[in-house]
Design a protein around this ligand. Structure first.
Ligand SMILES: [Zn+2]
Ligand SMILES: [Zn+2]
Length: 260
């Protein structure tokens, strides 16, 4: 067994043992309905609204035309090779991400990683390295952990791919983006990330985040990785916010896929 495979196997075993003991010591409650015995109960998990199977081939945003790009990608194609998300950022998945991020419900990291593992396996992506979207030093100090890294580390170990939380770093303390539009977010994040050329040259990299809102963070991370000499960049998130004005109506989730 290679050193990487051994490290990944150990990571999975330690994670599983740790959460089994934690569940025994402190029986979990569902992050969404408070039901006893589960960090995320089956009922709430199955109520998550998945993104449509008909999405932009480049950025993963739900569209109506199979095999086409969305208007934004047609206008200005992003530099990443492909971006995908698993669910619509609403309902139980939104509550779960909030609990993972702000309520220290760390068990949700590996739970939310599982559907992403399936997606990577089906994607055909050749990946050398998995990285989480990094937090700034000050955010890391106040929160104590990076929620995206809890997802990405478990995903990389399960797929037996190398993982790094150090090769892509956030070097600028950006102001909160919640109320900014897409252009402001992109400018706010310009030069916010640095990627290490020594380890990234000619590598195919998968970036993991919990939520993609406008895509500005992923695009800026992609720029930093390409500047460092990385070859192909793939972006994957648990959830995607459905924000574009002309597409705000119903009909973009797999629950309503029969409409297409
Ligand atoms: Zn529940
Ligand atoms: Zn697109």
């Amino acid at each position: 067994m290679t050193e990487l495979a051994l490290t990944n196997k150990l990571t999975l075993q330690i994670t599983s043992l740790f959460w089994k003991s934690m569940d025994w010591l402190y029986p979990p409650r569902c992050c969404n309905c408070d039901r006893r015995g589960f960090a995320f109960c089956e009922e709430c998990f199955s109520a998550i609204e998945r993104l449509s199977i008909i999405c932009c081939k480049k950025c993963g945003y739900p569209i109506h035309n199979r095999n086409k790009l969305c208007d934004e990608c047609n206008l200005e194609p992003p530099l990443f090779t492909q971006m995908q998300s698993w669910a619509v950022f609403s309902g139980p998945v939104r509550t779960a991400i909030h609990a993972l991020k702000y309520k220290r419900n760390l068990a949700l990291g590996s739970i939310l990683a599982k559907p992403l593992i399936d997606m990577v396996e089906k994607s055909g992506w050749q990946i050398d390295l998995v990285v989480p979207v990094p937090l700034s030093k000050s955010r890391m100090q106040s929160r104590g952990y990076n929620q995206a890294a809890l997802i990405s580390r478990y995903l990389a170990a399960s797929l037996n791919i190398r993982h790094s939380s150090r090769d892509l770093r956030r070097i600028k303390n950006t102001i909160t983006q919640t109320k900014m539009n897409v252009n402001k977010r992109f400018t706010n994040l310009l030069d916010a990330f640095y990627a290490n050329p020594a380890t990234l040259k000619k590598k195919n990299v998968l970036i993991i985040d919990d939520v993609v809102t406008t895509g500005a963070t992923m695009r800026n991370c992609t720029n930093a990785l390409l500047t460092a000499g990385a070859e192909n960049i793939y972006c994957l998130s648990v959830a995607r916010a459905i924000l574009r004005q002309d597409q705000k109506h119903q009909g973009f989730t797999s629950n309503s896929a029969q409409q297409f």
